[in-house]
Ligand binder design. Structure first.
Ligand code: IMP
Ligand code: MG
Length: 180
């Protein structure tokens, strides 16, 4: 593990080492496994950022389950409503199913509010949210996160799926933008 790295023009320092991340995911995995026992939950991994979290989380699920992958795209609305988000790639029928959204990070919460509302309209039996990271200081919506990995300060992070302008997703540790 490198303590400090450079991506494009910026320097980052380790804030969450992979041992800590993996340990936490193990705990989340066993909690989800016991709560979802016999329900065959469908995990919905939000690409791109959540791909590593989803992979490691699923390895720690001990009950039957399924996984699918979506993208949430934002585009400009025609009116003053601002950005609209649409779901791409969800072909599964989720009506009556136990669904768990797998997200890398909840920041302002804009993305999750849109996604949760869209998925709820498809009538799942239950809809849960697992997010590896949460920035409580940035949150602008009331969102219930059922399974949170870590609460983090309102700083820019990279690694373990998170990117800075395309780079850093491959890192096993999570890094914070360095101020010097
Ligand atoms: P929100 O809609 O503001 O909650 O933002 C959620 C999305 O912004 C996440 O799924 C990430 O893709 C991205 N994001 C938020 N904070 C960070 C960060 O610190 N580093 C990299 N990406 C981030
Ligand atoms: Mg994301």
């Amino acid at each position: 593990m490198k303590n400090a790295i450079q991506l494009h023009d910026k320097k980052f320092v380790v804030s969450l080492p992979s041992t800590k991340i993996q340990e936490r995911i193990k705990t989340l995995g066993s909690q989800i496994s016991s709560e979802m026992e016999g329900k065959c939950p469908l995990f919905i991994c939000v690409l791109n950022g959540a791909f590593l979290f989803a992979a490691d989380l699923l390895k720690n699920i001990s009950t039957d389950c399924e996984i699918t992958f979506i993208r949430v795209s934002s585009y400009e609305g025609t009116a003053s409503t601002g950005n609209l988000k649409s779901i791409m790639g969800l072909s599964e029928n989720i009506e009556g199913r136990s669904v768990i959204i797998v997200e890398d990070i909840v920041d302002t919460g804009h993305t999750m509010v849109h996604l949760i509302n869209e998925l709820k309209s498809k009538n799942p039996a239950q809809l849960k949210l697992a997010s590896l990271l949460l920035k409580p200081a940035a949150l602008q919506h009331e969102i219930k996160i059922d399974y949170t990995g870590f609460e983090v300060p309102n700083d820019f992070l990279v690694g373990y799926g998170l990117d800075y302008d395309g780079l850093g997703r491959n890192l096993s540790d999570i890094y914070t933008l360095s101020i010097d």
